[in-house]
Design a protein around this ligand. Structure first.
Ligand code: BGC
Length: 498
């Protein structure tokens, strides 16, 4: 009689729902499951595919550093290194009421930020969920929706007292639009390409700031679009506002990207603008595009190629597709589907639910890696509840190990990107703090630790000088600070043409 693996417990799903689990499955039961040995053999194969050696990482960093330099010297490069026209660091003394609108990968957020000086602020905000249809619908309609939400927010926050807007008060707005846009000045941005699964037509190649201004005018809003901002630039400024040792900002969420402060004299492609050479300016790297199209540097597996080829943007965002939250669940799902096709997993069970692209949320990988039970009850819950599939302990251990391989590779590649900026700026000896945000960084178990481990694999002991920390809200607070900095700069008559 094989030992019964009775267990019961409850798990909290990404939706917030709690489900009770009672299992009476046995290791050798009616359904033909893979043996422990088979799973171990397969795991070895995936280990060699998904593991990045320190040597390989250093090669990636070298190519990455060259790519960053190229992007600063020439226009229209794959990694565009976009000048943001955010000049230098905030003083911490920026003050006033600012609106911030954040069109991210998943939500739309409207915030009222009151900057109080001395690095202090207050924030009131409302979030709206974006539907998949909205992401593919006409671009102007998307901006009209943003303006509608802003109107509702402004109207419901008019009143007396602190944190309220005064009737008719004209407000500067920072618009965080987190997609690659080339900027000629701070309140302009031509969308280079949509990322993160967005595909709204009639937007690529157009000035999204101008499109949004049209929507604002339609709704007669008392708002002045002061700055168009990327979430990484907002994070860079917000991190420095509260922690002045922060010199780099990274986002690991639905998408991935980084920003840092560069010397104007080294951004040679904007030499004709006649800006003071001793100034500094934030650069939005848009590093998610590293190794796009040519695929020369990154260790892509056949699962990564499938993710790429079946995406709405084949060839693009090659680095992002190995790292960001939008894709990690899909990579794991593709591996499992291959083992189903080979007759290794789930023989005799109906796997149609798991065969749907993108049905395996990256949050499941987080839950699988953090399952604290010996029986791996969380993993039982995920497979039975969402996919109606029975699993054995050996299979669940395999899934967890696979999640770890994919999550670890993402973190180590992220470390390569950070290392490239550190190299470029020569920050290794003096060290620096890196403000980091995004669901993967904040919620995926051990992601920060794995990034740090990666930095040490690249730089040796000195890698410890580079420390990531959870950043201040860049798209809300950061955006407001940038709007304030821009207003102050323009009021002072500094470089009003950009
Ligand atoms: C976008 C970036 C953004 C990043 C994180 C990427 O897909 O291209 O602009 O900063 O996602 O949100």
């Amino acid at each position: 009689m094989p030992a019964s693996r009775r267990g019961s417990g409850s798990v909290i799903l990404p939706s917030g729902q709690t489900i009770a689990i009672h299992t009476r499955t046995q290791d050798e039961e009616d359904l033909p499951h893979a043996t422990k040995k088979t799973m171990a053999d397969h795991l070895r194969k995936y280990e060699s595919l998904f593991t990045l050696t320190p040597q390989r990482m250093r090669m990636i960093v070298e190519a990455f550093t060259e790519t960053l330099e190229l992007g600063l010297s020439k226009n229209n490069q794959i990694v565009p290194m976009i000048p943001t026209f955010v000049f230098g660091w905030p003083t911490g003394e920026e003050k006033g009421d600012y609106l911030a609108l954040d069109l991210g990968g998943t939500n739309l957020r409207v915030c009222l930020v009151t900057l109080q000086g001395a690095g202090k602020f207050e924030i009131t905000q409302t979030k709206y969920r974006l539907t998949e249809e909205q992401k593919q619908d006409d671009g102007q309609k998307l901006f009209d929706f943003c303006a509608e939400c802003l109107k509702t927010f402004v109207e419901s926050n008019v009143g007396e007292g602190p944190g309220m807007l005064k009737e008719g008060q004209m407000l500067p707005l920072g618009f965080t639009f987190s997609y690659p846009c080339s900027q000629e000045r701070i309140d302009h941005g031509e969308l280079i390409r949509w990322t993160k699964g967005f595909g709204a037509p009639n937007t690529e190649g157009r000035d999204v700031a101008e499109m949004f201004k049209q929507s604002l005018a339609k709704h007669n809003l008392p708002v002045e679009l002061t700055a168009l901002i990327n979430d990484t630039t907002g994070t860079l400024i917000a991190s420095h506002y509260v922690n002045p040792s922060s010199k780099i900002a990274v986002i690991f969420g639905t998408g991935c990207n980084a920003a840092y402060m560069e010397h104007v004299k080294d951004i040679t492609k904007i030499g004709q603008l006649g800006l003071p050479q001793d100034e500094e300016m934030g650069i939005n790297c848009e590093w998610g595009a590293f190794d796009s199209f040519e695929h020369e540097h990154l260790p892509r597996t056949k699962y990564d190629s499938i993710v790429d080829e079946t995406s709405n943007k084949p060839g693009e965002q090659a680095f992002e597709k190995l790292i960001s939250g939008r894709y990690l669940g899909e990579i794991l799902r593709l591996v499992i589907c291959e083992l189903i096709d080979e007759g290794v997993l789930f023989l005799g069970q109906n796997t149609y639910k798991l065969e749907k692209p993108y049905c395996f949320d990256t949050a499941f990988l987080s839950l699988m890696e953090s399952d604290p039970t010996d029986e791996l009850l969380m993993i039982i819950g995920i497979f039975t509840h969402f996919f109606a599939l029975e699993t054995t302990l050996a299979e669940r251990q395999f899934f967890r190990a696979l999640a770890k391989l994919i999550g670890r590779r993402a973190a180590r590649l992220s470390a390569c990107g950070i290392a490239a900026i550190v190299n470029k700026m020569g920050y290794l000896e003096e060290g620096c703090a890196v403000g980091a945000d995004g669901s993967l960084y904040n919620k995926y178990p051990c992601f920060p630790e794995r990034v740090h481990e990666g930095l040490q694999d690249i730089f040796g002991d000195k890698g410890r000088n580079i420390v990531t920390h959870h950043a201040e809200d860049g798209s809300g607070v950061g955006s407001a600070i940038i709007a304030a900095m821009t207003k102050n700069r323009r009021d002072a008559g500094l470089y009003p043409h950009v």
